[in-house]
Design a protein around this ligand. Sequence first.
Ligand SMILES: Nc1ncnc2c1ncn2[C@@H]1O[C@H](COP(=O)(O)OP(=O)(O)OP(=O)(O)O)[C@@H](O)[C@H]1O
Ligand SMILES: [Mg+2]
Length: 249
Amino acid sequence: MADLLLEMAGVDFAYGERAVLSSVDITCKRQQVLALMGPSGCGKTTLLSLAMGLLEPDCGAVVRHTGRVAAMFQEPLLLPWRNARDNVAFALKGREMPRRAREEKALAMLAAVGLPQDCHLQFPHELSGGMRQRVSLARALVAEPELLLLDEPFHALDHALVGQMLALLEAQIRTRGMGILMVTHDARDAAVLADRTMVLSSSPARIMASFDRAEEEAGREARSAFVVRIEQALVTASNEAVEPAKQHQ
Ligand SMILES: Nc1ncnc2c1ncn2[C@@H]1O[C@H](COP(=O)(O)OP(=O)(O)OP(=O)(O)O)[C@@H](O)[C@H]1O
Ligand SMILES: [Mg+2]
């Protein structure tokens, strides 16, 4: 099916003896945004690493139906010896494109993520945490991926910038049909961008609740109620995560 970008079916994963994920099923299609939420340490980054192919499942299958996958990690992971422009342009290395064209594309993407022009040639250590995060987002977007994996992409950004980044992603979803699997701790960001929000339990993580935006009523009040329901599921998941720890006290 041409529409499918990612299929994860019956995925189990453990780090040695430590079972982290159990029977996880996720499919992501073109133009679809999936949000992943859950208690800290439950396995969200691990799940993204499996989706990216950095880890292999112990059981089940992970199939990417596109080679054009990009990820933005929880930490920006920029190359310290390259300035912002060159960090972004690096994602285009290997493309048949003159260096000048790569640099211009990188500068345009830095402008799109709202990095001030006087920072475009600064090095990562000269940028704020939120700026580094935006350079990292620009690097993920510049190669025009079909599947984008985002790990808490907005946690260092203020409210206005989050709105700007959400609008940028929405435009890319609309115009290029990109699909997104995004980890977030903010139910409001999930409710704004995601078609489906999945809440993971922990030890090992399984999808304990799933919320489809299409089934929700329109309007601000309905949106607020939707956010509250996601947050309630998160509280339940967090309580479940705390209970086993208590038993060891
Ligand atoms: N390389 C590793 N080796 C062994 N255990 C690991 C490794 N990476 C993560 N873990 C463990 O796996 C579990 C899941 O970690 P993961 O980073 O996926 O959680 P997370 O949901 O992304 O958490 P957070 O919200 O804090 O980012 C944690 O208990 C963590 O200690
Ligand atoms: Mg994580």
